[in-house]
Ligand binder design. Sequence first.
Ligand code: MLT
Length: 271
Amino acid sequence: MIETGNAAGLAYDRTETADSGPLLLLVHGFPLSRLMWRAQLQLPGVEVLAPDLRGFGDSAAWDSTEPLTMAGHADDLASLLDALNIAQPIWLAGLSMGGYVAWEFWRRHRSRVRGLALLDTKAAPDSDEAKAAREATAERVLADGVEVVAHAMMPKLLAPAHSGHDSVDSIADQLQAMMLGTAATTVAAALRGMACRRDAHDLLATIDVPTLVICGEEDVISTPAEMRSFAARIPNHRYVEIPGSGHMTPMEAPKAVNQALLEWLQTEPQS
Ligand code: MLT
């Protein structure tokens, strides 16, 4: 059963507690929402908590002109756990921007983390060119609407095999609905927040919990070469490449991703 709630300013879905089962906190990508984790809410024997980050989905709107920072999102997630009285260490998984948030959660709240999963994400910060492109996009979104971002991102999110609007509720339709449902102020603030995110390379050697790194073989945003290279610097990691999938592995390859997550969730702590 899935409970939908709101705490600490964040909307969330939470699956029924399995007795002493692991608690998995899922952090969505940009400019998406918790709806991208539909298939992961079905993980058997796992309590899943999937929030909408601040400004996204059904969470409180972001009307400020300040950036939505990765550190701010990480602190929001810690406040959500507090508000839900979750004191046990959690298994934390983030996709892309959700991965950037996961790095910051590790930096700021690592004692709360039992395991870390990085899906289709990067450890490197934006180059100067990427920062400038994000700012230009933020300005266009504020002037012309979120369609600007949806139009630019859609061709890059999915492997060709999954990119059609060929079935009712296709993955492409779901992604488009999430993107178009995000407020322009949130999209602009998130672009600016990602542009000023920190380099996560200094964290890699400090990660002493079981770590799963998942990458779609056809991901053109966070490529297998880039992900393999940062994964190699994490002491206790498993790297899983998903054949035939693009950037949105949890939606494009739910069975393979759920299998990898279940195996990771059974990993014993390191001695
Ligand atoms: C995402 O999927 O969250 C974005 O592609 C991340 C980014 O723009 O760096």
